[in-house]
Design a protein around this ligand. Sequence first.
Ligand code: NAD
Length: 302
Amino acid sequence: MKNIVVIGAGTMGNGIAHVFAMNGYQVGLVDISETALEKAVATISKNLDRMLKKERISAEDKANTLGNIQTATSLATVAANADLIVEAATENIDLKLKIFKQMDAVAPKHTILATNTSSISITKIAAVTQRPDQVIGMHFMNPVPIMKLVEVIRGYSTSDAVTKTIMDLSKDLSKVPVEVNDYPGFVANRILMPMINEAIYSLFEGVAGVEEIDTVMKLGMAHPMGPLQLADFIGLDVCLSILKVLQDGFGNPKYAPCPLLVNMVTAGKMGVKSGEGFYKHIRGSKELIVADQFNKNKTALV
Ligand code: NAD
């Protein structure tokens, strides 16, 4: 493993590129949006500066890391030498199937095709390729440079050899991989998303306000972040997509997304990435300010 391609330069893609590049891999970072690529490189540079300030890396490490990343708006230009492609594009099944068909067509025969999907079936994704034994889930956690876990998801046809390669590779990135099987939401989101959805229902039904719900979970359950703040951080559109996958996959109404979440996504309130979700997010500020919609004097339904 030497050459890695990361598809999608959003919240997760920039972190995945950062971690591979910092560990000496050559990274091709691909996005359809030139702006997303520019933003991703700026974010990686800013995150490296933070590490430099804490003396966790040297100025030379920073320069080497950035030097290991090449950006492109077309997969074909960087895929020719890829040993591994990690797809981290938008959480949408039709899009992922289209991208995997393309990955399978342009990547060399030996290339492992991985997806960072939070919930979509690895088996379904693998089925559109000619190499289902070389398709696997490599689910990094957000923020990637900090979080230790990689959930490694075996599809129905994923081979033992490919699983071992990805487990070993994750360890090489100083991560802790955990092997799981391919069922909706895998382990992480099967447990996390119903909790986030229930927190949104609690707000929707007026049980408590945004800060109160998050404080109960932070101080009462020792969670580092409340579920509504975490939802903003993950992206409300991503949360909605995952809940729909759980609802469809299990056919169980207990996973139905809260109507408030649906409304917020429809209104373009995606959390940190759009500047507003349950909280207002001002670039460069860490202050937590509840969004006007959820001010104490208003109910969530207003
Ligand atoms: P995001 O919306 O921040 O970024 C997605 C990026 O994909 C965008 O920059 C978009 O331009 C790009 N894109 C869309 N179509 C593309 C295409 N055809 N080719 C190349 N790029 C394309 O999304 P995200 O939060 O980074 O999520 C990416 C993946 O990671 C999803 O599958 C998501 O479920 C998963 N994930 C997200 C989180 C999280 O906390 N956000 C955590 C773990 C896993």
